[in-house]
Design a protein. Structure first.
Length: 701
C-alpha cells in the first residue's frame, strides 16, 4: 500500500528526524530507495517515497512508535505495541505510541475501513524487526563478535554462551544518534515463535479512561480561551441572507464572528456564549423539502436511473426457468446516525501565522488539508495534535468543526474551543445513507440456488460478492448525486449492513419457501470452504438445532467485510401481543486470519454487535427534507443494557495467516440475523429496518 507524499511532507519528516535527540531511529520504507536517499536534495525518486513507520529506541530504553493512525476505542493503542514488542523483543509496557500528530508521524489518509490491523500491523512488525537487527549490529560491534553469536530478550542483548556479557538497548543508544534503514529486510517471526501476538492483553489505555486521566479535545484548556457557539439554521443547506445581532449588547464580553455562512458568538464562559447566540437572529434561505423518512425509498427508486453492473454471470431468464420456487422482495433501510457519545470538538490557537489544533478527527492529515484550504494558508502552518476520540464509526472523517474553530479563532484573535451540541451533531452527522435493495432469487426442486438478481440503491457494493454457488446472477448498483437532503457518509462497514440484511433475509425467504432448514440450506449452497467452516463453528457453538419454546426464534446471517468472514446466529424472544423484541443470545464466529489480540478482537466484536442491535431494532432518523426532527437520544434510541444479549465470540485458528479487519465485520450480520430470528419466533417477515414493534405487528396481521 503506497501513498504519494508531497514535498511539504518530506520536508517535515526530514526536519523531524534531524531534530531528534539521542537514540536509534529506524524508518521502514516500502519503496525501493533506502532511507539515506531522503537526505539527498532533489533526488529523482523523492516523490515516490512512502514512509510507513518510524521507531525510535531512546536512551532510557523506551521505544517511541510513530503512526498516522489514531485511537478511537478500537484498541490499536494496544495491538500496535503488541506487534512491535513481539519483533523488537521488549516489554509491551516499554512502548509509547505517538499517533496522528501531523508534525511527527508519517502521513496517513485516515483511520477507517478496518485497515490498521490489515496493513499497518505488518509494516510496524517489519520496522520493529529491522530495529532489532540494527541494535544487534550495534551490539556485535560493541562485543566484536558476529551477530549470530548474540541473543536478545526483553531489551537486553547477551552473548549466547556467556550470559554475563550483556548490554541493554538503553546502554547501546546512550550518547548516540543513529538513523538507519537496512537494505536487506529481516524476516518477521512465524507463529510458532510468538510470545505476545495471539495473547489476550488488556487495553493499555483502560486505566486512563476509567480514571478520567485520558484527554479528549474538549479537555484542552488554553490561556485566554473563548468558547464558540455557531448560530445554525433549522434546515440543512440553508444560505444566510441577513443577520440581526442588535440584542448582543445585552451580554458583556461577547464577540460576533461572521464569514460567509458562518455566524458565531464567542465568550470566555460557554453558557454565556450559548445564551448570546440565541439572541442573534439570522434570516436563512432554506431549500425546499422533497422527501421524509417514509417517502425516501420510493423517491430513490424513481429518481435514480443510472446503474453499474458489479457482478454478473449466466442468464437470469434461464435461471428463473430452472427454478421451481422464485421469490421477489424489496428491502428498505433508513438513515442512521453515528451517535458517538463525544460530539465533534475542536480546540485551537494561532501563534503568529501558524495554527495548532486538537480535534476529534479520524483523519488528522485530512483535517490539516481542510483547514489549510479553508484559511488559504500553507499546510505546514497547520499542526493537528491528535488526542483520544470518544467514538468515530466513520462519522469523524470530515473536518467541519475544525475548519469552523480555526476560522473563528483567526477572526477573533483568541484561542477557541468549539463543542457541537447533540442537535448540531445530528444535523451535520453525514448519516449512513437510506437505501433500497430489490432482490429476486430462485431454487430448483433439489434446493439449489439457480438465480439471483440484486439491485442496490445507494448502499454500495461493499461485501456483496456472492459466496453462494449461483450459476445465474446479477448485482447492480444504482446511485447518483443530489438525492439526499443532507450529508451522508461512511458508517461502520459502509453499506454492508444494508446489503447483508437484504441478502441474508432473502436467503431465508427462499430456504423457508423450499421447506429447508436455513442452516442446511446455506451449507448446501455455499461455495466458500472458509465460510462453511466459519458457519459450522458458529452452529456448533450455538447449538442451532436444539428445541425452542414458543415465542423464541433463531436467525442466521453470513457476511464478509475487511477481509474477514462472519457467521452469526441470534436468538430472540418476540411478544406477539406487543411486537416487542428481546435479544437473548448472539454467537459470532469469524475467520479473520491472525488474531493479534483476542481480548481486543472480542471487545470489537461485542461492540459491533451491540451497536448493530441498535440499527436493527431502534435507530431511525426522522426528517422533513433538510429539517432533522431527530435531535437527541430521546428520539434516537441506541442499545440499552436491558436489551443487550449474551454475546459469544469465537475465531477460526489461523495464526500463520495475515491479519484481517476486526473493527467492522461483526456489525454487518446483526440486522439479518435479528430479522430472521424474528420470523422464526413469530412468523413476521419485516423487510425494513429498524424492525420495530409496529412493523412486526403489521407483518403478523
Amino acid at each position: 500500500m503506497r501513498t504519494a507524499i508531497n514535498k511539504e511532507e518530506l520536508y517535515s519528516r526530514r526536519r523531524f528526524l534531524k531534530n531528534l535527540g539521542g537514540g536509534v531511529v529506524v524508518v521502514f520504507c516500502l519503496g525501493e530507495m533506502s532511507f539515506s536517499s531522503l537526505f539527498a536534495q532533489n533526488h529523482p525518486s523523492l516523490k515516490d517515497l512512502d514512509f510507513n513507520a518510524y521507531l525510535r529506541v531512546k536512551e532510557d530504553g523506551r521505544v517511541d512508535c510513530f503512526t498516522g493512525k489514531i485511537e478511537m476505542g478500537q484498541g490499536i493503542v494496544t495491538s500496535l505495541p503488541q506487534v512491535v514488542a513481539e519483533e523488537l523483543e521488549v516489554s509491551i509496557y516499554d512502548i509509547d505510541m505517538i499517533m496522528g500528530d501531523t508534525e511527527l508521524c508519517p502521513y496517513d489518509r485516515g483511520t477507517w475501513g478496518s485497515l490498521t490491523t490489515r496493513f499497518i500491523d505488518p509494516v510496524l512488525r517489519a520496522a520493529a524487526a529491522e530495529a532489532r537487527e540494527v541494535l544487534l549490529d550495534l551490539a556485535a560491534e560493541h562485543f566484536r563478535l558476529n551477530k549470530t553469536d548474540l541473543q536478545v530478550k526483553q531489551g537486553v542483548i547477551s552473548v549466547k554462551n556467556d550470559s554475563f556479557k550483556k548490554i541493554s538497548y538503553a546502554e547501546l543508544t546512550k550518547g548516540k544518534k543513529v538513523v538507519r534503514s537496512l537494505a536487506n529486510k529481516p524476516e518477521i517471526k512465524k507463529a510458532k515463535d510468538f510470545k505476545l501476538i495471539g495473547k489476550p492483553i488488556r487495553s493499555l489505555d483502560a486505566e486512563a479512561k476509567v480514571t478520567g486521566r485520558a484527554k479528549y479535545s474538549g479537555d484542552i484548556l488554553l490561556p485566554g480561551m473563548v468558547h464558540a457557539t455557531v448560530v445554525r439554521p433549522k434546515v440543512f443547506g440553508s444560505k444566510k441572507i441577513k443577520v440581526d445581532a442588535s440584542k448582543l449588547s445585552d451580554f458583556d464580553g461577547v464577540q460576533l464572528v461572521e464569514k460567509g455562512n458562518l455566524v458565531a458568538v464567542v465568550h470566555s464562559d460557554p453558557e454565556v456564549s450559548k445564551q448570546a447566540a440565541k439572541s442573534v437572529q439570522v434570516t436563512w434561505d432554506a431549500p425546499v423539502a422533497k422527501t421524509n423518512q417514509e417517502s425516501i425509498f420510493q423517491y430513490l427508486e424513481s429518481t435514480i436511473n443510472k446503474n453499474k453492473i458489479f457482478e454478473t454471470e449466466g442468464d437470469l431468464e434461464l435461471g428463473k426457468q430452472d427454478s421451481t420456487i422464485y421469490k421477489e422482495a424489496t428491502y428498505h433501510d433508513g438513515y442512521k446516525a453515528h451517535a458517538s457519545i463525544e460530539t465533534h470538538v475542536a480546540t485551537c490557537y494561532f501563534e503568529g501565522d501558524k495554527v495548532t489544533i486538537w480535534a476529534s478527527t479520524q483523519s488528522p492529515f485530512g483535517t490539516r488539508s481542510s483547514v489549510a484550504r479553508a484559511l488559504q494558508m500553507p499546510a505546514e502552518k497547520v499542526h493537528v495534535k491528535q488526542i483520544f476520540l470518544g467514538g468515530g464509526f466513520g462519522g469523524k472523517s470530515n473536518s467541519q468543526q475544525s475548519v469552523e474553530a480555526a476560522t473563528i479563532s483567526k477572526l477573533c484573535g483568541k484561542p477557541v474551543q468549539l463543542v457541537w451540541s447533540r442537535k448540531e451533531e445530528f444535523m451535520y452527522d453525514n448519516f449512513r445513507t437510506a437505501a433500497v435493495v430489490k432482490v429476486a432469487g430462485g431454487v430448483d426442486s433439489k434446493g439449489e440456488l439457480k438465480v439471483w438478481d440484486f439491485d442496490i440503491y445507494c448502499a454500495g457494493t461493499r461485501g456483496t460478492e456472492l459466496f453462494y454457488t449461483i450459476p445465474n446472477k446479477r448485482i447492480r448498483f444504482f446511485n447518483q448525486g443530489g438525492v439526499h437532503s443532507f450529508g451522508t457518509g461512511a458508517w461502520r462497514a459502509p453499506g454492508n449492513n444494508t446489503t447483508t440484511f437484504a441478502r441474508e433475509s432473502h436467503i431465508d425467504v427462499v430456504a423457508h419457501a423450499a421447506g429447508i432448514n436455513p442452516l442446511t440450506f446455506r451449507l448446501n449452497n455455499l461455495k466458500s470452504k472458509e465460510m462453511i467452516e466459519t458457519l459450522k463453528l458458529a452452529a456448533k457453538t450455538f447449538g442451532f438445532n436444539k428445541e425452542k419454546t414458543s415465542g423464541y426464534g433463531y436467525g442466521i446471517a453470513l457476511g464478509q467485510d475487511a477481509g474477514t468472514l462472519v457467521a452469526m446466529i441470534a436468538e430472540v424472544f418476540v411478544d406477539k401481543e406487543t411486537g416487542e423484541v428481546q435479544p437473548i443470545r448472539v454467537v459470532c464466529a469469524q475467520d479473520m486470519g491472525q488474531v493479534v489480540n483476542p481480548h481486543g478482537a472480542t471487545l470489537q466484536t461485542e461492540g459491533g454487535i451491540t451497536m448493530g442491535i441498535g440499527y436493527a431494532l431502534y435507530e431511525e432518523i426522522e426528517f422533513d427534507g433538510g429539517k432533522i426532527n431527530t435531535t437527541n437520544f430521546n428520539r434516537y434510541e441506541i442499545t440499552r443494557f436491558s436489551k443487550t444479549p449474551k454475546i459469544e465470540c469465537v475465531f477460526i485458528d489461523k495464526m500463520d495467516a495475515k491479519p484481517q479487519g476486526g473493527g467492522e465485520p461483526a456489525i454487518i450480520c446483526v440486522g439479518a440475523s435479528i430479522a430472521n430470528a424474528v420470523y422464526d419466533a413469530c412468523g413476521a417477515r419485516v423487510n425494513r429496518m429498524p424492525i420495530t414493534p409496529e412493523r412486526i405487528l403489521a407483518a403478523i396481521s
